[in-house]
Design a protein around this ligand. Structure first.
Ligand code: KG4
Ligand code: ZN
Length: 333
């Protein structure tokens, strides 16, 4: 049987990304990041993101097939993220996928962005079930239970802001730049938790999270200190914020491990790159539970993770229907 070659496309936020995978072998992984274009605006501007995807997508495609040393004719399946994400950004990837599919008669597999983040972990470990995925990104904070491949049960989620969003907003109020996560991660190491900000919902008897109260508490504290012209160390603010932000993730993950007899825990999404979160999990997850921390190169948005997810599907069942759109609020199930 001929080897199947998958082209994976990811354009849900501010990275235009394509990866090509043949069996389990990653032949190309191209990520064109727009971060620099959004940096001076303090966050992703959706309309600008769509325009930049449109400018970049063809270049990214050409680079990917060149790196993989294949031609369009070698592609058997296109795996495209149709949600969740920014509506305009998703549209660019989906329209590109549809055009390629239509002209070259290739089948399309529509995949979920967060499921992709989860499957990034398969680059280093095979999944064991029941598996717990802690999904922490700019748009998501979720605990996902998996009893088998491709079946996702969201057992807890944020009731308001996502954790990555709170990192970005705290960085913004401290004028530290965008994206805030990596900057705060470094600064926190130089500070002490002297402010004891609240950790909302940490003691509640469920698996949900809340980050808007913590974000407001930090912003209010910074504004107060500035108004009173009191001196403070930014590192202490950041360290105090990070302690309170990460604590509920650890407490609820451990509770879920216990309640669902979890054999394997993984983390996913941009905040999975956070060194304090990784250190806390390494120390606190019981040693009889396999813990996988994805390599840093595939924590933030990329298409290799989408290709890894696509590998688990049966392509023979796909039809050639191209009458689908994007789903910015796509549910993980
Ligand atoms: O998964 P991702 O690339 O995009 C979304 O799907 O949202 O995640 C981006 C988020 C941003 O909020 C960014 O600040 C955060 O991940 N992030 C981090 C770190 N690296 C990226 N947060 C904390 N610590 C980090 N080292
Ligand atoms: Zn993401």
């Amino acid at each position: 049987m001929k080897d199947k070659i998958i082209l994976a496309i990811e354009s849900s936020c501010d990275e235009t990304a394509m990866a090509i995978i043949k069996n389990n072998q990653l032949l190309a992984n191209v990520v064109s990041s727009q971060i620099k274009n959004h940096q001076d605006k303090g966050g992703v501007i959706p309309e600008l993101a769509s325009r930049l995807h449109l400018e970049n997508i063809d270049k990214v495609f050409k680079e990917a097939i060149k790196k993989a040393e294949i031609t369009i004719n070698d592609i058997d399946v296109i795996a495209i993220v149709d949600g969740p994400g920014l509506v305009g950004a998703l549209h660019v990837g989906v329209m590109f996928a549809k055009s390629l599919a239509y002209i070259n008669n290739i089948k399309i597999l529509r995949l979920h962005h967060i499921a992709g983040h989860i499957y990034a972990n398969e680059f280093i470990d095979n999944f064991e079930f029941p598996l717990l995925a802690l999904v922490v990104s700019g748009g998501h904070t979720e605990l996902v239970l998996m009893k088998e491949h491709l079946k996702f049960e969201v057992i807890g989620r944020t009731l308001d802001d996502a954790i990555g969003e709170s990192y970005d907003k705290v960085a913004k109020v401290l004028s530290l730049g965008y994206p805030g996560g990596p900057i705060l991660d470094k600064l926190a190491k130089e500070g002490h938790n002297i402010y004891n900000f609240p950790s909302p919902k940490i003691n509640d008897n469920d698996f949900n999270f809340s980050y808007s109260g913590l974000k407001s508490a930090v912003i209010n504290k910074v504004n107060q200190l500035n108004m009173k012209k009191e001196s403070y160390k930014i590192e202490d603010i950041v360290c105090s914020f990070q302690d309170s932000a990460v604590a509920p993730l650890i407490v609820k993950s451990l509770k879920a491990i216990d309640e669902y007899n979890i054999k394997h825990m993984i983390i996913a999404g941009g905040v999975a790159a956070n060194s304090y979160l990784r250190e806390q999990l390494t120390r606190k997850v019981p040693k009889n539970v396999k813990l996988t921390l994805p390599p840093l190169w595939c924590c933030t948005d990329n298409a290799a993770m989408i290709a890894s997810l696509a590998n688990h599907y049966n392509y023979d069942e796909l039809d050639n229907d191209l009458s689908f759109g994007v789903n910015p609020n796509k549910v993980l199930e």
